[in-house]
Design a protein. Structure first.
Length: 323
C-alpha cells in the first residue's frame, strides 16, 4: 500500500503513461524510492526494508515491460539486500540507499553520453536520418552530431496511437535540426529515402530481440528491404535479465478509445499491442555505452548482471500480471 507521496506519484504517472521514456521512468522510480527512504519513520532496518518492499510491489503492479526501471529496481533492492546481509545499522542502510540513488544517476548520465558519442559517428554529414517514435537517447545522439558540425535532416512519423513522434519534432526544433514529419503508413516511402534509421528500445532480450513502440518492426523490415542501416540506441540498462529465465514480456493492449470513439458499434474490437518485437536479424547494431554491439551480444552482457534475489522472485508473477 503506497504511503509516500513520491511513490504514489510515480505509480500514477506510470499507470497513465505520462513519462517520456524508459530511462526517464527508471530515474523517477529510483528518486521516489530514495525520497521515501529519506523520509521514512522506520525504527529499524527490518521496518525500512518492509517499506521498500511494499513500494516496489506497488510500482511493479503498474509497470509494463520496460527494462530500465526494472534493472534500476534490481540495483536499489540489491543494495538493500547486501546491506542487510552485512547487518548494517539503520543509519548506514539509509546512507547506502541514498548513495545507490546518486550512483545510479551518475551512471545513467555517463552511459547516455557514451551512447551519444558512439551513435553520432553513424549520423551522415549531409544525410537524412529516419527516427521512429521518440527516444531521449536518440535525441542525444542527434544533438551531439549537430554539435560536431554535421548537417542533416531528421524524418519522423507520428507513432500512433500516442503520437510520440511529434515530441521528436519539438525536440529537434529546440536544437535547430531540420525535421520532416509524416504519417506512419508512409514508412515504406520515407525510409528508402533516408541514409540511416535510429530507434530507441524499451527492452533488449537475451536473444537479441528488441521490444519497441509498435511500428518499429515494420520500419526495420522496410529498412532491410531498402538496404538502410537500422540501429537500436540503448544503454545496457535496457537489457532485460528476466528474458534469461524465459519470462514473457508484459505488453500493453491498444485502448479502444485510442482508435474508436463511442460512435462506433460496440462489437467492433480494437486489437494489437503498444509494443512490437524486432528480431535481431533486422538490427544492424545496438549502440550502447560499451560500444556498438551485435544483437547476439545481449546474452553475454546479461550474464554479467547481478539481479536482486527478492525482485527475481517477484518477476514471474509480474510477467503474468498476477502480483
Amino acid at each position: 500500500m503506497v504511503n509516500h507521496p513520491d511513490v504514489a506519484a510515480i505509480v500514477e504517472r506510470v499507470r497513465k503513461d505520462e513519462i517520456g521514456g524508459a530511462a526517464d521512468t527508471a530515474k523517477e522510480v529510483i528518486d521516489a524510492l530514495a525520497n521515501m527512504v529519506r523520509d521514512s519513520q522506520a525504527k529499524d532496518v527490518a521496518a525500512l526494508a518492509a517499506e521498500v518492499d511494499g513500494a516496489v510491489l506497488d510500482i511493479l503492479r503498474v509497470m509494463p515491460s520496460l527494462a530500465p526501471p526494472i534493472n534500476a529496481l534490481h540495483r536499489f533492492v540489491g543494495t538493500m539486500e547486501r546491506a542487510q546481509a552485512e547487518g548494517v545499522s539503520l543509519a548506514e542502510m539509509r546512507k547506502r540507499l541514498q548513495q545507490a540513488r546518486d550512483e545510479f544517476f551518475a551512471w545513467a548520465e555517463h552511459a547516455l553520453t557514451r551512447v551519444a558519442q558512439y551513435g553520432s559517428e553513424k549520423v551522415p554529414d549531409g544525410g537524412r536520418v529516419f527516427m521512429y517514435s521518440m527516444s531521449s537517447t536518440v535525441w542525444r545522439i542527434l544533438r551531439v552530431a549537430k554539435d560536431q558540425g554535421k548537417s542533416f535532416e531528421v524524418v519522423v512519423t507520428e507513432s500512433r496511437p500516442g503520437n510520440e513522434g511529434l515530441w521528436t519534432v519539438t525536440e529537434m526544433a529546440k536544437s535547430s535540426i531540420p525535421v520532416s514529419v509524416s504519417i506512419d503508413a508512409c514508412i515504406g516511402e520515407l525510409i528508402p529515402e533516408c541514409d540511416v534509421a535510429f530507434v530507441g528500445a524499451d527492452v533488449l532480450s537475451s536473444t537479441g530481440h528488441a521490444l519497441c513502440k509498435a511500428g518499429t518492426y515494420p520500419s526495420a523490415l522496410v529498412a532491410r528491404a531498402a538496404g538502410v542501416p537500422f540501429y537500436i540506441a540503448a544503454d545496457t540498462l535496457k537489457f532485460d535479465t528476466a528474458t534469461l529465465y524465459g519470462l514473457p514480456y508484459r505488453n500493453e493492449a491498444i485502448k479502444r478509445l485510442d482508435v474508436l470513439d463511442a460512435s462506433y458499434p460496440e462489437n467492433a474490437r480494437v486489437v494489437g499491442n503498444l509494443f512490437d518485437e524486432t528480431p535481431p536479424e533486422l538490427i544492424t547494431g545496438v549502440i550502447t555505452e560499451i560500444g556498438i554491439l551485435h544483437p547476439a551480444a545481449a546474452f553475454s552482457v546479461l550474464q554479467q548482471m547481478q539481479p536482486s534475489q527478492k525482485l527475481s522472485q517477484l518477476l514471474p508473477a509480474w510477467s503474468r500480471g498476477a502480483l
